[in-house]
Design a protein around this ligand. Structure first.
Ligand code: ADP
Ligand code: ADP
Length: 235
């Protein structure tokens, strides 16, 4: 369970990105944060892995408050999928997927290229699960199409069997035709592992299709919280 307890965030320039947001996201839920650009979705997601420090309130992961002393360990249980994939474009697909071990494995170890055989096996299995072929493993990540790069981003995110996956507009940079495929991969990989997904989107149709729950945000506030069936566009 992820708990956002009265989270507010004011940026140094005075922008109020979040105002008193409180939410509880149970384990295994696919929770869509739906809202237009600037609503505060990204800020909210980043509060869960410590990339954003709230000015007020706190986040709890399974009852543990996220703070400077718990952050390192809690971060190993939280993975992120980015809008712009955030891969290392010159490195191979295999290296990018193995980089999903980084919260746990030291940078020096990762750069040496040495990983346990079972870690390599896991990377291969994940690459297959997201619909890539073994021959993709040695390709440079930057040479792949956007959709393929996001598949790599998904495989990387699941390397440590995360309890929570933060997906920040994971399909906003992709051809709408493949958006459902990509969101389906995230949903299925999460379901299989009972991982919680907090996924920001701006498209109502995708929110309805994939969300177990929709949290509508506007100007840093929650303006709707319910099932897709309860969601109407005017809100
Ligand atoms: P969304 O993900 O819904 O597009 P964001 O969380 O990115 O919204 O942004 C919420 C608000 O905070 C916006 O007004 C945005 O411009 C502002 N913002 C985001 N990051 C920063 C930052 N690092 N410094 C200042 N303002 C920021
Ligand atoms: P991405 O979508 O690839 O994650 P963005 O383009 O949304 O990245 O934002 C890149 C960075 O710029 C983020 O760290 C965000 O916090 C910051 N940012 C966004 N809006 C603002 C803003 N209005 N002022 C300052 N920084 C911002």
């Amino acid at each position: 369970m992820i708990e956002f307890n009265t989270i507010s965030k004011q940026w140094a320039d005075g922008t109020q990105a979040l105002s008193q947001v409180s939410l509880k996201v149970p384990r295994g839920q696919f929770c869509v944060i739906l809202g237009p650009s600037g609503a505060g979705k990204s800020t909210l997601l980043r509060a869960v892995n410590g990339l954003v420090k709230p000015t007020q309130g706190f986040v709890k992961i399974d009852g543990e408050v996220l703070n400077s002393s718990t952050e390192k360990l809690l971060r190993q249980r939280v993975a992120m999928i980015h809008q712009h994939f955030n891969l290392s474009p010159r490195l191979s697909v295999a290296s990018n997927v193995l980089a999903g071990m980084l919260p746990k494995v030291s940078m020096a170890r990762a750069l040496s290229g040495w990983f346990e055989p079972e870690q390599r096996d896991k990377a291969c299995a994940l690459v297959e699960q997201v619909g890539l072929k073994p021959e993709h493993l040695t390709r440079r990540a930057g040479d792949l199409s956007g959709g393929q790069q996001q598949r790599v981003g998904i495989a990387r995110a699941f390397m440590l069997d995360p309890e929570v996956v933060l997906a920040d507009e994971p399909v906003a940079s992709l051809d709408p035709k493949i958006s459902s495929d990509i969101l389906g991969l995230i949903r299925d990989a999460a379901r299989e592992r009972n991982a919680t997904v907090i996924c920001s989107l701006h498209q109502v149709d995708l929110a309805r299709e994939f969300g177990d729950r929709i949290v509508g945000m506007r100007n840093g506030k929650v303006v709707f919280d319910g099932t897709p069936a309860e969601f109407t566009d005017e809100k």
